[in-house]
Structure formats: C-alpha cells, structure tokens
Design a protein around this ligand. Structure first.
Ligand code: CAA
Length: 690
C-alpha cells in the first residue's frame, strides 16, 4: 500500500488500484503512488503486464486543480505517463465514470484502454482556461485524428464510451465486471504477443493531416471565444501534433500550459469551478439531509419559460406534464418545444432518437387536476402576484401531501406566495433563466419556511438537469435581477443623456458579454419587465414608451433594435433613437458624447454596489455565489471570474471613487456607493451578514 495507490497481483498481472475519493484526482500522493507501483511492477520479472484501475465512483477526474497555485511537486504527471508509455510490459487502463483531463491523458499514455459502457472520456481543460498539459494535445490526435481531437479539445466535450470506441480512443467496451474484463483483454494481448505501439509513435493519423481543413475548423471553433485565450492555444498545440516532432511539441504544450495556468483568465475560470460547487452547500443544512424523491413533475404555463422548464425535466429523463388553460396555448407551447429540439437535432447536439425520447416524456394537458400526481410543480405563469396567490391556493388543494410547490417568479415575494398555502414549508422559488433549457443558472429562492429537505431536493434536481444551482434569499429580483435592475436604471439614464442602444451594448460586448443590455432585453421580451414595473408601481420613460408602441423585442421584430424576418441579429433603429431624443427633450436632458469607459462603468459598477448590499443582507451567502449567478445566468465573461472577483481584481476603492464621481456629475443618487460598498472599500473585505 502506497498512500492512495496500492498494487495487488492477479497471476502474472499487477493491478494498480487508485483510491482517492471523491474523484481520484491526480494529486501528488496519487502520482507518487502510481510511480512507485509502476517501478515495482517493472522490476518484478514475474509481472508480465499491468492494469491501471480506480476504485470509487470514477476513474481519475484529472490533475488536482487545488495544486495549480502551489509549487510543483515531483513526480509530475508527464513523467508518470512517460514511464508507462515506455514500459516494455503492456499497460491497460480500465475506465469507468469520467476519465477527464490528466485522468484521460494518463490512459492515453497506456498501451490499451478499455471502458465500462457508461464511461465517458474527455479533455475539458479549456473550460478551466488551460490546455491539456500532460500530452493530451499530442496523443489524442494520434489516436483519433487531428480534426476529431481539435473538436473535442477546443470545446472540452466529453466523449461517451461508444463514441470513443468508434473514434479509436478506446479499444474495447467491457460489459459486466470492468477489472475482470480489463485483465482478460490484457491476457489476450499478451497471448498475441504483438510488439507494443506506444501512442507517441503512432503517426498514421497525423502525418498526412489536411492542414487547410484543420485551420478552417479551428477558425470556426474558436470564433466565439469572446476574448478567452485557451481555445486558440489548444488549437495551436493540436496542430503541432502534425508539424513538430513529438518531444518538441510536448515541450511547447507544457510552455503553453504554464503560461495559461499562471494567467488571470485561468485563475478566474478555476475560481468559478470551485464557486459553482461551493454554491451547492448550505451552511445550516444538517449533514445527511436527504431530498424527496422526484419521479413525476408538472409545469403550469406553456409559454416560452414553462416550455423551457419542461424541456429541462425531459432532458434529465423525468416525465413532466405541461399544463395550460386552452388547447391552443398548450399546443403552441409543445410546438415551440418541438422546434427547439429539432434545432438541437439538426445541429447534432441530440440524436433524432433522443429527441423523440425527450418529447415522449412531455405530456400536454389542459386539466389543472393533473398536478395531483406530481412530486414537484413549477408555476411559470405571468408575473402577477394576485394570479400567483390564487394559483398556489389551488395547488395547495389539488397537490398530494409532500409535493413541492415552486414558483418561477423572477422578482416577486416568495414568502407572500407561500402564505397563500397551508404548506409554506414545501414552497420555494425555482428561478430559471431564459432560455430555460439553455442557461445553466438556477436560482433557488429559500423562503422563510422552506425546509432543508425541500432545498436539498431542489439542489439535486438542478444538478440532475445540468444546472448551476445557487440558493438565494427573498427580495425583489433576488440576486441576478436585483443587480440587473441596478444596471437597467443606468440603461435608461445613459440613453437619456445621449448614448444609443448600440453604444450601450458595445460597451458590454467589448468586455466579453455575449450581448448588451438592450439586445438582452429584446431577447427576454420588453413586455415582461414592463409588467414587473407596473406591478411594482415603477416607470422607465424610454422602455415604457417602446412597449407602448407594441414593440416588445425579438418576438415583435422590434424593440430597442429592429430584427429582420427570421434573424436574431439586432440592427440599429433610427426611429427608436429619435423616440429616445424626443423623450430626453421633454425631460430637458441635454445630449452629450459619452465615452465607452463611462458607459461601461456606469452599467457595471452600480451592479457591484447592489451586490455589496445583497451580501450584507445575506440574500447571497457568499461573494462567489454572485459570481456563479452572473456567469451562468447572464453571460458575464467567465475569464474575469464574475462581478465580485472582477471587483476585487480592479480594486473596490477604484469602483467606490468612480461611483462617487458619477453620482456627483449626474446628481443621480442611485449611483452613490451604498454603505456596504463603502465598508468593503475601506476594510478590503467583502461584506457579510453581521
Ligand atoms: N481537482 C480537485 N478537486 C476536484 C477535481 C479536480 N480535478 N474534480 C472534482 N473535484 C472536487 C470538487 O471540487 C468537489 O469538491 P467538494 O465536494 O469539496 O465541493 C468534489 O471533487 C466532487 O466534485 P463534483 O461535485 O463536481 O462531483 P460530480 O460527481 O458532480 O462531477 C466530475 C464529477 C465530472 C469529475 C467533475 O468534478 C469535474 O468535471 N471535475 C473536473 C474535471 C476536470 O476539469 N479535469 C481536468 C483538470 S485539469 C488537468 O487535468 C490538467 C492537465 O492537463 C494535467
């Protein structure tokens, strides 16, 4: 036994077992353990072959990411892999769970790879702002070809076992006992006695690569990197597999890895990796709290949001009843769902068979009483408190005991909605983000009486749906939309001062947002926030005037921008710009030229100001939860790590001073730093609940 790695014998085969929960990450003790076991196996003449296996839920999930900020400790993973690859005795890796990153690079250096049918492999390093730094960009192309490897490495996509087999990344799928299958595979390889072919020497798929086709694919895949450096660097390194000797290319891969790892983008992306996981922990939740079983769901409201939520259930393999009042409404909802799935099928994201399976899980209904069989009901009707209260009273009467009643409200008081029922302990907010089947954020709104097991169910459900769940407290707009409103006030103000929707959007897209505030409102539907404003007794001169003309954004082909038939590309609309000038004149606002930096700071800094209040009030439990909300719900550029990390990087004092200056210049009190931001700027510590 060598720490987390041990070796046992099965006849002439040495079986190396890695046991390092939770995910067998390749930490220093694991690397050292493998190295010691390999050395023993190589020195022992009675060992004819080696099988590399992992205990627990998965094969290695990659390098230990927590070690990236520490001094490197030998043996490095590359050395371990080189030893295995150079071994005169065949080594087979037996893969189950997810063999990712270094956890796939290690098997890539083995002579053979066998996998359980449910396993998946992949090189997801790009999602951490780095590239596979232990030979992955050189060995994977040698096994599956340059373009196939490029596609997987630049996107970080997981490759299911069957696909890996078809591509040549895996040699055999083992049904039944994986280790027994791996040993049988190795014994038959030993019996055949073919000379071993280390992956580094297999050049047949890279030597004649079509570099023009490779470059075209590379340009296409990296086109939407939004300022992230890793995708293009991944592509450069994969290309080297065809143009450089193996050892030189490996050295270059290492250089790129170290540059990216030490750069701010990767640090920010690693911050988000851990932030996403931290957000799923609720401090006061007793250990061992179990969620309630969910086998049947219902969604009320078959609009775009309700339909998207129904798709989330179907994508997670859960049957869901989609309920609306009329055949027409529910039919339109199902048509939209079908069209969305069809788009995914056409682009290859799901197969036709998967699409059919998922559609079959969605049952349309016009009968409210169908909620009776559901373990969870999510209400996704209009943002209208009176309507929601009525609906929750009806749900209380119709749902079975123990059913979870969730509202998808984006702003309203979940405590007030829960109070309309006799079971407030079962009520919470589940706030999905539009389009619900695409955006990863799920705000779980914890109301006053929501119980821990209900929260746990929601977190587990969110994970099953592939979401990034973040638990937040009750307040107008929760975390995401409350900060969005702070930005929205400045959108109005900046437009009245002379900026155009195009200018506003450019300030944020140039920072790395996929779209600016005006295009985003057009996508979400301007009528939605109009209704919210009216509900709250608020007005917004420009946005209200646009809505009064019936221009609700993309759905009406006009909003802040115009949209050509069938296009989602915003086009500047002179009529809207003229309308804004007219409103500005009536308000005696004199137009002026506003720099992009001012636009940016006035859109972003008020959000950070609001976030400080959110933290001080305990609406978010941690600063990093707010980062998760904005990265996964609103497309905040991940390479800066979210608004709170960005604020720390920029310096909270600088943000404080800018806000002071803008609030003086504009006499807009909403721009003034609040007490929480002031305290943060002074103490250097983000606020927390006293
Ligand atoms: N290093 C350190 N810790 C890791 C880790 C890693 N590679 N992968 C997961 N963990 C930790 C998580 O932080 C989490 O810790 P807490 O319980 O304390 O929050 C715990 O393991 C369980 O992780 P998940 O909650 O994510 O578990 P899951 O079952 O939902 O998912 C997984 C498992 C798919 C493996 C997922 O954890 C994952 O995607 N991990 C990262 C994989 C990855 O990016 N690998 C590449 C690493 S970089 C690399 O390998 C560079 C190289 O070239 C050598």
């Amino acid at each position: 036994m060598t720490g987390p790695v041990s070796m046992r014998r099965d006849g002439e085969i040495a079986v190396i077992e890695i046991d390092s929960p939770p995910v067998n990450a390749l930490s220093h003790p694991v690397r050292a353990g493998i190295a010691v076991c390999m050395a023993e196996a190589l020195a022992d003449d009675s060992v004819k072959g080696v099988a590399l296996t992992c205990l627990g839920r998965t094969f290695c999930a990659g390098a230990d990411i927590t070690e990236f900020d520490k001094p490197p400790m030998a043996p490095m993973l590359t050395e371990v892999i080189n030893t295995i690859e150079a071994s005169p005795k065949p080594v087979v890796a037996a893969l189950h769970g997810t063999a990712l990153g270094g956890g796939f690079e290690l098997p890539l250096g083995c002579h053979f790879r066998v996998a359980a049918p449910s396993a998946a492999v992949g090189l997801p390093e790009v999602k951490l702002g780095i590239l596979p730094g232990a030979g992955g960009t050189q060995r994977l192309p040698r096994l599956i070809g340059l373009e196939a490897a490029l596609q997987r490495i630049v996107t970080g996509a997981q490759i299911p076992a069957q696909e890996a087999l078809a591509l040549g990344a895996v040699d055999e799928i083992i049904e039944g006992d994986l280790t027994a299958g791996a040993l049988a595979f190795l014994r038959s390889a030993l019996a055949e006695n073919h000379p071993l072919r280390p992956t580094r020497d297999r050049n047949d798929k890279t030597s004649n690569a079509n570099l023009a086709a490779f470059d075209a694919l590379s340009t296409k895949l990296t086109a939407k990197s939004r300022g992230l450096k890793a995708p293009a660097m991944c592509a450069e390194s994969v290309r080297n597999a065809a143009t450089m000797p193996f050892d030189d290319a490996l050295q270059r891969e290492r250089q790129i890895f170290e540059t990216l790892r030490d750069g701010d983008q990767s640090k920010a992306q690693r911050h988000i990796f851990f932030a996403e996981r931290a957000a799923q922990k609720i401090e006061d939740m007793p250990r061992g709290t179990k969620g309630r079983p969910i086998t049947q769901a219902a969604v009320l409201g078959a609009g775009a949001m309700g339909g998207g939520i129904a798709m989330c259930f179907a994508d997670a393999g859960l049957p869901v009843t989609l309920i609306d009042q009329s055949e027409e409404a529910v039919g339109a909802g199902v048509d939209l769902i079908r069209a969305n799935y069809q788009r995914s099928a056409t682009s290859g994201r799901v197969s036709e068979a998967e699409m059919a399976q998922r559609l079959a899980l969605i049952t349309p209904s016009t009968t409210f009483a169908d909620v009776a069989t559901a373990d969870i009901v999510i209400e996704a009707v209009f943002e209208d408190m009176a309507l929601k209260k009525r609906l929750f009273a009806d749900l209380d009467a119709a749902c079975k005991p123990g059913a979870i009643l969730a509202t998808n409200t984006s702003t309203l008081d979940v405590d007030a909605i829960a109070a309309a029922t006799q079971r407030p302990q079962d009520v919470l907010g589940l706030h999905f983000f539009s389009p619900a089947n695409v955006m990863r954020l799920l705000e779980i709104v914890r109301a006053q009486h929501t119980t821990h097991d209900v929260l746990k169910t929601a977190i587990d459900l969110g994970r099953k749906m592939g979401k990034a769940p973040v638990t937040v407290g009750v307040c107008h707009g929760f975390v995401g939309n409350r900060m969005l409103h702070a930005r929205g006030r400045q959108v109005e103000q900046l437009l009245l001062e002379g900026a155009t929707p195009t200018h506003l959007d450019a300030a944020l897209t140039n920072f790395g947002f996929p779209m600016g505030p005006c295009a985003m409102s057009d996508l979400a539907g301007l009528d939605v926030s109009w209704r919210v404003r009216r509900e709250a007794g608020l007005t917004a001169a420009v946005a209200d005037a646009i809505c009064e003309r019936g221009w609700f954004g993309q759905k009406t082909s006009r909003g802040y921008f115009r949209y050509e038939q069938g296009s989602r590309r915003p086009v500047a609309d002179p009529e809207v710009e003229a309308l804004i000038s007219t409103i500005a004149q009536t308000q005696n606002a004199a137009p002026r030229a506003i720099s992009e930096r001012e636009v940016f700071e006035r859109l972003v800094f008020p959000m950070i100001n609001e976030a400080a209040d959110i933290l001080a009030e305990g609406v978010a439990a941690r600063a990093s939860d707010i980062d998760v909300v904005w990265v996964f719900g609103y497309g905040w550029p991940i390479g800066t790590g979210g608004p709170m990390r960005y604020a720390e990087t920029l310096g909270v004092k600088a943000i404080f001073s800018s806000l002071m200056r803008y609030s003086d210049q504009t006499e807009d009190p909403s721009l003034a730093p609040g007490s929480a931001l002031t305290q943060w700027a002074t103490s250097g510590e983000p606020p927390s609940v006293a």
